[in-house]
Write a protein that binds this ligand. Sequence first.
Ligand code: UDP
Ligand code: MN
Length: 259
Amino acid sequence: MKGAWVTLATNDSYSLGALVLAHSLKQVGTTRELAILITPGVTNSMRTRLSQVFNLVQEVNVLDSRDQANLRLLQRPELGITFTKLHCWRLTQYEKCVFLDADTLVLQNCDELFDREELSAAPDVGWPDCFNSGVFVYRPSGETYDKLIQFALDKGSFDGGDQGLLNLYFSDWAHKDISKHLPFIYNVCSTAFYSYLPAFKQFGKDVKIIHFIGSAKPWLQYFDTETQKVRPSSDVGHLAVILQRWWDIFCSLIHPNLS
Ligand code: UDP
Ligand code: MN
């Protein structure tokens, strides 16, 4: 079965996240390919760097006028990034994929995720009857892609983003099949560290994928180049240890190659 990890970056900042993510996957010895969807906002020099670590760098453009559905999208610019993520269903050279947001970091090998079926995802911390769309297992299919686009144009998204849309489309996730509920350790939102600290102390060592949701993106933190330590802003001070892991990968494997 040909499988790939898939992520997305529309600019160079998120591309840095994607590069660290890709290296974290290699560090844990994944046997699957790495693919990234990019948009015209990613610079050429960044594309070169991405192609050094990803097996596939696929440019997608939501405003592609050759496509009927995309023509209708011209009237709905607010759905831009949401629709860009949906392009992951078009990677039909792969049989099964796991989508990972560019703000995730893999801490332990998770290749077993490829044994799961579409659509498998972990609960969202804000509303656990919804899944969080930062990590999900899916099957690329042109048919599903078309249906998702049509669905989005007809029904929209209740939160304006891909998570609201995907939860409406895969609406039986909450109750139908428990095997499609990924354990939380596959998508631990960074806010869980302080919202349930005793659980984090008990289970923190089991975390496989960490997800830096919200505005505290690792690449936006202050980094002291002399001490090689990240100095997170006070609101995310409790994340220092985990942010440091991100920066350690960045400094050792990515920064030396940035001109
Ligand atoms: N993304 C992107 N450019 C943007 C915003 C988002 O490429 O300007 C992609 C990126 O892969 C990101 C994902 O869409 O990880 C979802 O956005 P984000 O992670 O910022 O949302 P959150 O997880 O904080 O809700
Ligand atoms: Mn995210």
